[in-house]
Design a protein around this ligand. Structure first.
Ligand code: FES
Length: 177
């Protein structure tokens, strides 16, 4: 039986691969599905590991170099696990014009994290995206999935600080129990 007719199971037995298998199967293991499959992989695992990209490449029959090419072209893909909390700053044109880079710069400096990076305690990741589709609210950020518009560097730093204070106190409660 070929991989075209049967979704193969990842040898790790990790259940998360099933959503990738389902997506590839639905698309008939066609190369055209590469972007969609990468999206599902990113959503399911939170980042694209080398193992994921090898697995996907094999099953949709695309050279690994091409899979890397697609994944690195699009800004929404990440290649390292994100921290427990994250802030995405839109750096698309409308947000850029309204000072997104200043926001990103102050957040990076205030929380000692590089753009695209994660703090050493893995509590916080700072990433950027090209247009989140809410240009009328520029500059736009997303903190743990919640979109906020018309941000300033100071307002974003406050939001991130509040989020991290909340996360740290939750952590302290868990550790104490
Ligand atoms: S450019 Fe930022 S939301 Fe469109």
């Amino acid at each position: 039986m070929t991989s075209k007719s049967k979704p193969s199971e990842h040898p790790s037995g990790d259940e998360r691969y099933k959503s990738i298998d389902r997506t590839m199967k639905r698309a008939g293991y066609q190369k055209d599905a590469l972007l969609e499959v990468l999206n599902v992989a990113q959503e399911t695992f939170g980042f694209l590991s080398e193992d994921l990209m090898v697995y996907i490449s094999r099953h949709v029959n695309v050279p690994l170099s091409q899979t890397y090419g697609v994944a690195t072209f699009y800004h929404m893909f990440t290649f390292e696990p994100l921290g427990e909390n994250n802030c995405i700053i839109c750096t698309g044109t409308a947000c850029h014009v309204k000072g997104a880079n200043k926001i990103a710069g102050l957040v990076a400096e205030s929380f000692d994290v590089e753009e695209g990076g994660t703090t050493s305690d893995r509590l916080f990741s700072l990433t950027t995206a090209r247009c989140l589709g809410s240009c009328g609210l520029a500059p736009v950020i997303v903190i743990n999935g919640t979109v906020s518009g018309k941000e300033t560097p100071d307002s974003t730093v406050r939001r991130v600080a509040d989020m991290l204070n909340g996360a740290r106190s939750e952590l302290a409660v868990v550790e104490a129990t």
